[in-house]
Ligand binder design. Structure first.
Ligand code: HEM
Length: 493
């Protein structure tokens, strides 16, 4: 009885505190539009239904925002979120609010304090150490690995020549996994040869549970989630993936220590220096656990994103044959009839392909939403509102990419909108596929190298045909409901 009374009093105190806090937040953001709310859940019903419906609901919020200075607010249970569809306001948030929103906490058991979810203070020091590892000069050393895996991909795709339409994402994902694993950990995984391993299955299971938890609000509180079978399944599979990376880290640490004893310099000619190798002996002496967290974060943040952009771009080239012809002409001007992998110089000449990839990332923004915690009151100049500390700021990159900032034809595929002369007056934060500000994607240059190189190889080998991309759904990333369907035929150059 006493315990019940204490709980009741505690709930009442929390309720009074929350009410005062929420009133202040509501007052400060009163000029922002809001969809009708329900008691207790607020606008939580937006997250009911399947992931296609949820994406449609998010578009409803975006359209409401577009009519009111590009911002709108949402109450998700007791928490206030402000959805931002304006480049200027997005820039202010992404430059000033470096802390990720609480929703990223679901990734913590998996990625620990790796860059992706690290708290700001730790992130600042670690990001400084990791930045040089992703410098252009370093990632260009990986072009050999990329070219080798692109060749395997081309061979694997041969089984689809002149066949029915097929979903090409699984081919591309296997290829990018091989690239990202080898360059991040120095381990050749051979996913393209044997895609079904316990490690990959475990990774897939964890991702599926995380996606589910993100959009099923009743699974979000730990106390409820822990009552489900998913909690144990998630833990077992996370343990399995951790064990895998731990073993690689320990092996590489031994090699590093032995080389140090023998006084062998880091830059051994001809030997690939993986990201992991470059993280030993730095200004911060990372523990094995920290190394695992960074490597897991890099392989998870870097793989599906890159694979998805490649897949969307190839489907778009299949739909827009004129653009595919232009890409091909550019490739032929660089390679002639050669099918060899792209070098750094080759990639620098792929101006049109680069515009096509950017246009693909604009129309199909694979990281559609970026959510930050507002840790101090912050003024947003376009909507003219001060966001109170404690708000969640939701940057709708998918909506900004199809907003008025792109002109009346924002739904059209037009790679030339990225020509320098047509980009000059555009707001710098109108295009944020890799986020914006100091906490943007650390692997963006590496991602561009992979994407250009793989698409170059595929287009030189195969003619692609595709119909519409069709309806989309939102998970952590953006997917087409029907998959990335294409048909291919062999090119004779
Ligand atoms: C087309 C490919 C890619 C896209 C569209 C992309 C997109 C993004 C976005 C939007 C963020 C910020 C997410 C947020 O704040 O919620 C991010 C962060 C990150 N990305 Fe990428 N990414 C790509 C490729 C890569 C690659 C190839 C790597 C590494 C191999 C990578 C590693 C990371 C890491 C470690 C972070 C966290 C950075 C930090 O918080 O400091 N990404 N990425």
């Amino acid at each position: 009885m006493i315990i019940l009374a204490i709980i009741f009093i505690a709930v009442c105190i929390y309720w009074i505190y929350w009410l005062a806090h929420a009133r202040r937040m509501d007052r400060m953001t009163k000029s922002l539009p809001v969809l009708p709310t329900l008691p207790l859940i607020g606008n939580g019903s937006l997250f009911l239904g399947d992931t296609q419906q949820i994406l449609k609901n998010l578009w409803t919020v975006a359209n409401l925002a577009f009519k009111h200075k590009n911002s709108a607010k949402l109450w998700l249970g007791p928490k206030l979120y402000v959805a931002i569809g304006d480049p200027g306001d997005a820039q202010v948030v992404l430059e000033n609010c470096l802390d990720k929103d609480v929703v990223y906490r679901f990734l913590r058991p998996w990625l620990g304090h790796g860059l992706f979810v690290a708290p700001v203070n730790l992130w600042k020091t670690h990001r400084k150490v990791l930045l040089p590892v992703f410098h252009n000069k370093v990632v260009e050393e990986y072009l050999g690995v990329i070219a080798e895996q692109a060749d395997v991909l081309i061979d694997r795709l041969a089984e689809r020549i002149d066949g029915e339409k097929f979903d090409m994402l699984k081919y591309i994902t296997a290829c990018t996994l091989d690239i990202v694993f080898e360059t991040a950990m120095g381990e050749r995984m051979g996913v393209q040869q044997s895609p079904d391993t316990p490690y990959l299955r475990a990774r897939h299971t964890v991702m599926t549970i995380l996606n589910m938890r993100l959009f099923k609000v009743w699974l979000q509180p730990d106390c409820l989630f822990n009552l489900t079978q998913y909690a144990k399944q998630q833990k077992d599979n996370i343990d399995l993936t951790h064990k895998f990376t731990d073993e690689v880290v320990q092996k590489r640490r031994l090699e590093y220590e032995e080389n140090k004893k023998k006084n062998i310099v880091k830059e051994q000619r001809g030997k690939l220096r993986a990201v992991l190798d470059l993280l030993f002996g730095r200004e911060i002496e990372f523990t094995d656990e920290q190394l695992r967290e960074h490597i897991d974060s890099i392989t998870i943040a870097g793989n599906d994103t890159t694979a998805l952009v490649i897949a969307y771009t190839l489907v778009l080239l299949g739909i827009h044959q004129d653009a595919q012809e232009k890409v091909l002409a550019e490739q032929q001007s660089i390679f002639g009839t050669s099918t060899q992998g792209a070098t750094k110089d080759d990639l620098q000449k792929m101006h049109y392909l680069e515009r096509v990839i950017k246009e693909s990332m604009r129309l199909y923004t694979v990281v559609p939403i970026i959510a930050r915690n507002v840790d101090r009151d912050i003024y947003l100049p376009t909507c003219g509102v001060t966001l109170p500390a404690g708000t969640g700021a939701v940057i709708g990159a998918f909506a900004i990419h199809r907003s008025a900032a792109w002109g009346p034809d924002h739904d059209e595929f037009d790679p030339d909108r990225f020509l320098p002369e047509r980009s000059q007056t555009r707001h710098p934060a109108a295009f944020l596929p890799f986020s914006y500000g100091s906490r943007n994607c650390i692997g963006r240059n590496f991602g561009m190298l992979i994407m250009k190189s793989i698409i170059s190889s595929v287009v030189r080998s195969y003619k692609i045909e595709a119909d519409d991309i069709g309806p989309l759904k939102i998970e952590m990333l953006l997917f087409p409901i029907n998959g990335h369907l294409i048909k291919i035929s062999k090119r004779t150059l």
